[in-house]
Design a protein around this ligand. Structure first.
Ligand SMILES: Nc1nc2c(c(=O)[nH]1)N[C@H]1C(S)=C(S)[C@@H](COP(=O)(O)OP(=O)(O)OC[C@H]3O[C@@H](n4cnc5c(N)ncnc54)[C@H](O)[C@@H]3O)O[C@H]1N2
Ligand code: MOO
Length: 446
């Protein structure tokens, strides 16, 4: 009998063969979720000029020294400075320029008095706001009474106070989330070099499968796997292409895979990998003797020669296949057909492969320790690493353990229970029994 692979051996074998995708330049928003390939250096200071943090009046501090509501400093308003203003007026002694948030501090001015600390040019009490320039253009001239003094540079955001030119804004390897995209935009980068999202072709196999929305005939079921795997691939950051169900016919499956390779960085299939007489994936992809990393295959159209089918010491997910197919040696992972097996296999093997293609440093999900919250002991097949579905509750206090309860049974057809789970309980090969309250390893699926 052929070797039984451990979960770790199978994963390591996959990761050994999968390389990060070549970098490409993408527009900022297309790069969201991708990994930066080079350090990004700030070209110019941010903010690029001293500017006001308040709507108010740009003044010389000496002019408003000791000002109060009873004894205001009366200044001549020499004009308006809006954000984006060019050709700034110089503020001389006894003068003020009305200034808006983000507008450049004019020469001569040392600080900004918020409008609320003035009469707003009305000659009345403290102002709440400035009237709109279009309604009251006279606000840009006349006099303003300032009720409070300001310190030098008060309400001024200094040039370069956010980030200085020449500094590294984002390091190579950074994942571009919304804030990182924002920073790149702020420093003027319209495009960046990143590892692209992998394109993943998802195929399910089985003559019993019907697309959701269509009625079922006798013996038929709806195709759940191509949907769960497509959704999982998207959640992992890939661009998935759901091809849907292919009937149990080896020639059709080979032809479909060949057609799809053009748009695939990775292919996933579900079903047809166990030991039945209609296990089409196995039949289609192991027609020629399997080879791995040895002598080169010189046939251009070779699809399937490189897929190796294995038995893993794992439940669910025992039958697995992996190989590199087609002219570009595209990785293919053939997952078992039971829906829970397919999903768990995705989490354990496909997701790390996708993260490797994306250039992510950490490709495995985090694990936590938790206490098993069950009333009676759980059993697990000895010699198999079992991944039970769990409902994990994080600890209330730092340093404590969270709890996890098993959701549903071990059956790999239990897709309803899978939908209630937020974690996997990772039961080691050697363990055949888990007692209530026992400490276990949990993989949160967040
Ligand atoms: N004699 C043996 N039989 C089986 C073994 C074994 O070792 N010896 N292994 C079992 C295990 S474990 C698994 S897992 C399955 C894997 O089988 P396949 O990968 O060949 O999958 P199928 O036979 O095509 O389907 C299994 C099951 O899942 C349903 N299915 C398939 N595709 C979908 C889909 N897209 N959406 C929803 N459900 C799907 C299918 O109808 C079957 O019920 O083999 C065991 N047998
Ligand atoms: O190992 Mo299969 O994947 O349980 O049902």
């Amino acid at each position: 009998m052929s070797k039984t692979w451990s979960v770790d051996e199978h994963l390591e074998d996959i990761l050994r063969s999968v390389r990060p995708l070549d970098p490409i330049e993408l527009n900022l928003l297309d790069a969201q979720g991708c990994i930066l390939v080079d350090d990004v250096v700030v070209p110019t200071a941010l903010p690029p000029f001293d500017n006001s943090s308040m709507d108010g009046y740009a003044v010389r501090t000496a002019d408003v020294d000791g000002a109060s509501e009873e004894f205001p400093a009366v200044l001549s308003v020499i004009g308006d400075i809006a954000a984006g203003s060019q050709g700034l007026p110089t503020v001389a002694s006894g003068e003020a320029a009305r200034i808006m948030t983000g507008a450049p501090l004019p020469p001569g001015a040392e600080a900004v008095v918020p409008v609320e600390w003035t009469d707003g040019g009305t000659g009345g009490g403290p102002a709440d706001a400035m009237p709109a320039h279009s309604d009251a253009p006279e606000g840009a001239s006349g006099q303003v009474r300032v009720h409070r003094p300001v310190l030098p540079r008060q309400h001024v955001r200094a040039k370069g106070s956010d980030v200085k030119p020449g500094t590294v804004a984002l390091k190579a390897g950074t994942v571009l989330g919304p804030a990182q995209v924002g920073l790149l935009a702020a420093i003027g980068r319209g495009a960046v070099t990143v590892r692209p999202r992998p394109r993943v072709v998802v195929l399910s196999t089985g003559s019993e499968l019907v697309t959701p929305g269509e009625p079922l005939g006798p013996g038929q079921i709806h195709d759940a796997n191509s949907f769960v795997l497509t959704a999982a691939a998207r959640a992992a950051g890939a661009i998935p292409y759901r091809v849907g169900a292919v009937a149990d016919d080896a020639d059709t499956l080979r032809a479909t895979i060949e057609d799809q390779l053009i748009r695939a960085d990775l292919v996933i299939t579900s079903g047809g990998v166990s030991v039945g007489a209609y296990d089409v994936v196995k039949e289609a992809l192991s027609r020629v003797e399997a080879f791995r990393g040895g002598e080169e295959d010189d046939r251009e159209d070779a699809v399937g020669d490189a897929v190796e089918f294995r038995r893993l010491a794992m439940q669910p997910g025992k039958p697995q296949g992996f190989g590199l197919i087609g002219p570009d040696r595209t990785p293919i992972l053939t997952l078992p057909g039971n829906p829970v097996s397919a999903y768990v296999s995705f989490e354990l093997f496909v997701r790390p492969a996708l993260r490797t293609l994306m250039g992510q440093e950490s490709v495995r999900r985090r694990t936590v320790r938790a206490r098993l919250a069950v009333d009676s002991p759980l059993t697990s097949p000895e010699g198999k690493r079992q991944f039970l579905r769990g409902d994990y509750t994080p600890p209330g206090e730092e340093g404590e353990l969270g709890t996890v309860r098993a959701v549903g049974g071990a059956g790999s057809h239990l897709i309803a229970a899978l939908a209630q789970a937020n974690a996997l309980i990772d039961v080691p090969e050697k363990t055949d029994r888990l007692a209530p309250g026992e400490e276990v390893t949990v993989v949160p699926l967040d």
